[in-house]
Design a protein around this ligand. Sequence first.
Ligand code: URA
Length: 215
Amino acid sequence: MDKQHELAALETAMAADETLPLRDANLVFGEGNPEGGIMFIGEAPGQNEDRLKRPFVGRGGQLLDRMIESIGWHRPDVYITNIVKRRPPENRDPSPEEIAAYRPWLARQIEIVDPKIIVTLGRFSMNYFLPLAKITRDRGRGFLVDGRIIFPVLHPAAALRSTEMMHMLEEDFQKLPAAVRGDIPAEIPPSLAMPPARETKSRPKPEKPSQGSLF
Ligand code: URA
């Protein structure tokens, strides 16, 4: 089976899973080219995404499209999805339980797409892969996780709220082609980095029992 068929089968199985949370909303599974080596992962669908059953189609999505074009890429060439596949009511943040419930489905989706690089959009998606990362500190850098590069950037909706954040998002996107080419070496996530080697002081050897002992 090719990737598109495997993804379609996964979507059908997911739609049939009645144990998943947020079942009142539409399933927004994801879309794009699974052969391009690049996967964008956001947080959860919003109102427009729920209505059209497509990820990133509202204002944030239009900004994402512009950012993708700004580096000479095209939206149909990349794969786009979210960590939570149904809209939380009132656009609230997804809960840890919701993220956990959708986790095995996203894990399988990533396995099928098998991207070289995953661009995480916003804090929730970043922390899914890098639980100890901080968005302001770690955005625009590539981290090696399970053999793939995880490249966190700000959420487009955050960039729409401030000029400063917009510049940060633009700056991060400009680094993406180099990260994909491997020109920016991927780092070991801070939580996994080995502590600096300590000076090894020679430990005193345990004393042998003296001849005069009872044994
Ligand atoms: N925000 C997200 O995180 N995902 C979408 O699909 C749309 C907005």
